[in-house]
Design a protein around this ligand. Structure first.
Ligand code: ATP
Ligand code: MG
Length: 341
């Protein structure tokens, strides 16, 4: 049986990059997959605390992400939508996997190495690199592997940035199965076909929830005025006309990518560049905003309704937790027996 698993961190309301790179596929899988395929989507709060979080803010953001997932059209009956920390089996399996995972492999992870070099180059604090970097951040990929393996996922849709972590999850399966027998399932990665959406204010880095600049990202719940104004002030360049060349014109090219995703005529970024070749930046950006507003229509209103409905969100949360606990229990029964616990 096919099992799809994917996750999103409750580090803020999802932005356009999350939507295009991940969440839109989550929704589409509801009709593309056979009804027998399990679709499991987790709001991964344990991952979020690998960097400092204010407890009140974290609690609030979990609700915001839950409401956003429902607002984009995930059906809580068709899918299992749950908070990671509601299913302790994720952490339990993480520990068991950690006992057969190699430190060497983990320390070669690109995301870890970039955090390491960032910490080594930072002179802000007097502490040694070793005490500033936290074990949770280092072992993050083991928890991510447990998230996937505890539900016996066969397919994991993720953005390009997560491919290496998925490779590590398969390594965890190999190590565990070698030690205890053939019990865990090797998951396949489904890499999003969509381009990465870049920041509006710094178009050479990806749009991200945790970047300080609010104007660097469009939230899928932004008001039409906010969307228009963020697109209008997005960083571009002084070359006249519109052309598609991500290397030399990252700002314009990012807007063309966004336009293409939401274009009702499904034109490619290059085709759109041709159609708007002689347009002024102002006219072009208005057209991008129009396409975007049409594409995101309805999400904001549904989100505002859902956010005001606490008892409904509570019910959805509990329903999802129950389903996810059942799914995880099947694997944990096998794993505990195999290990001798
Ligand atoms: P954070 O900055 O807190 O890590 P994030 O914006 O990277 O937040 P995540 O929750 O880490 O969001 O990722 C959720 C999903 O969205 C992942 O599958 C990830 O690959 C995808 N994703 C994140 N940013 C982008 C982007 N700019 N373009 C396309 N996909 C993205
Ligand atoms: Mg991220």
């Amino acid at each position: 049986p096919r099992v799809v698993f994917s996750g999103i961190q409750p580090t803020g309301v999802p932005h356009l990059g999350n939507y295009v790179g991940a969440l839109r596929q989550w929704v589409n899988l509801q009709r593309e997959e056979q009804p027998s395929t399990k679709l499991i989507y987790s709001i991964v709060d344990l991952h979020a605390i690998t960097v400092p979080q204010k407890p009140e803010t974290l609690r609030q953001r979990k609700r915001e992400v839950l409401a956003a997932l429902l607002a984009i059209g995930l059906d809580p009956e068709r899918c299992t939508i749950f908070y990671q920390s509601s299913v302790p089996a994720h952490s339990e399996l993480m520990w068991i996997l950690a006992c057969t995972a190699s430190v060497g492999y983990l320390s070669r992870m690109t995301q870890w190495k970039s955090k390491l070099s960032l910490a080594s180059s930072s002179t802000l604090e007097n502490k040694s690199v070793g005490s500033r970097l936290k074990l949770g951040l280092f072992s993050y990929p083991v928890l991510q592997a447990a998230d996937i393996l505890v539900h016996r996922a066969t397919h994991v849709p993720v953005g390009h940035d997560q491919q290496q972590h998925l490779e590590f999850a398969r390594e965890c399966v190999t190590n565990f199965n070698h030690a205890y027998g053939n019990h865990l399932v090797h998951p396949e990665t489904i890499v999003s076909p969509a381009q990465r959406i870049m920041s509006l204010t710094e178009p050479t880095s990806k749009m991200s929830k945790s970047h300080e600049a609010q104007r660097s990202r469009i939230l899928i719940t932004d008001s039409p005025q906010d969307i228009r104004s963020k697109i209008a002030t997005a960083l571009t360049d002084s070359t006249p006309g519109i052309s598609y060349d991500p290397a030399t014109r990252p700002g314009i090219s990012n807007l063309l990518e966004i336009f293409s995703v939401f274009d009702t005529e499904s034109r490619s970024p290059a085709q759109l560049a041709q159609a708007y070749a002689d347009a002024s930046p102002k006219i072009f950006k208005e057209a991008v905003a129009d396409a975007l507003l049409t594409g995101l229509q309805g999400i904001r209103d549904r989100y505002l309704d859902l956010s005001a409905n606490d008892s409904y969100l509570d019910k959805i949360e509990q329903h999802g937790a129950r389903k996810a606990q059942e799914s995880a229990k099947e694997t944990m029964d096998i794993v505990r027996t195999a290990v001798g616990l």
